[in-house]
Ligand binder design. Structure first.
Ligand SMILES: Nc1ncnc2c1ncn2[C@@H]1O[C@H](COP(=O)(O)OP(=O)(O)OP(=O)(O)O)[C@@H](O)[C@H]1O
Ligand SMILES: [Mg+2]
Length: 221
């Protein structure tokens, strides 16, 4: 479904370029929960931004259902990709409900209030919390709202960069369990970057980027 074909990526470093990812060849399928691990600076965030078409590789291509994501990156991003970040990136002066609604408006997807409240409820955010400013929710609750916001438009791909980085163990486990359910029950392709090998073990497939090697290696823990 999402095919990374011979992708290499380098950043500009003064007059030269510094290679971060080398000859990445991998396919991500729907209905599967993937994790990507690797040392700090190995290129995990870089790879995720390529998968979300936020950046472009110098060589190679990334295909979504057979078409290059760079043909029409904004449609790909708005229709097919949901993002969940470490720092939630919610709009502070809006309620949880309004945050989800606003992202649906951007994606031009219409959902009823019942539908939005229902989705938040499935993620453990009842009506009282859904109508609260997100700045008045706990970190764990904010991340649940961020997940609701990412999946409300029914994307095919969920990309998440260290979503548990600011969470305690219990909330981290909840996020992973939710990602697994989303992959298996809603047929999403979930790709989560994490440092935490115990969380990575909860995913279906683990990949690791090695700093020196710059390639993506299938890992069995
Ligand atoms: N905009 C940029 N310009 C130049 N170099 C960059 C840029 N962004 C990242 N880098 C470098 O690219 C390398 C990979 O960065 P990246 O953020 O992808 O790593 P990471 O695996 O996500 O690390 P971490 O676990 O610390 O989040 C690092 O050496 C980083 O310093
Ligand atoms: Mg990173």
């Amino acid at each position: 479904m999402l095919e990374v074909k011979n992708v290499s990526y380098s950043y500009e470093d003064g007059a030269s370029r510094r290679l971060i990812l080398k000859d990445i060849d991998v396919s991500f399928k729907s209905g599967t929960f993937y994790t990507i691990t690797g040392e700090s600076g190995s290129g995990k965030t870089t790879l995720l931004s390529l998968l979300g078409a936020l950046d472009r590789p110098q060589t190679g291509d990334i295909l979504f259902n057979g078409q290059s994501i760079y043909d029409d990156p904004s449609t790909y991003l708005s229709k097919h990709v949901g993002f969940v970040f470490q720092s939630y990136n919610l709009i502070d002066y809006m309620t949880a409900y309004e945050n989800v609604k606003a992202s649906l408006n951007i994606a031009k997807v219409n959902k009823s209030p019942e539908n939005i409240y229902g989705l938040l409820n499935v993620l453990g955010i009842g009506k009282d919390k859904a109508d609260r400013l997100v700045s008045k929710l706990s970190g764990g609750e904010m991340q649940r709202v961020a997940i609701a916001r990412a999946i409300a438009k029914s994307p095919s791909i969920l990309l998440s960069d260290e979503p548990t980085g600011n969470l305690d163990e219990q909330n981290s486990r909840f996020v992973c369990e939710m990602f697994k359910i989303l992959a298996h029950k809603l047929d999403l392709c979930v790709i989560m970057v994490t440092h935490d090998l115990n969380l990575a073990k909860k995913s279906d497939v683990i990949y690791r980027i090695y700093l020196g090697d710059k390639r993506l290696i299938h890992e069995t823990l």
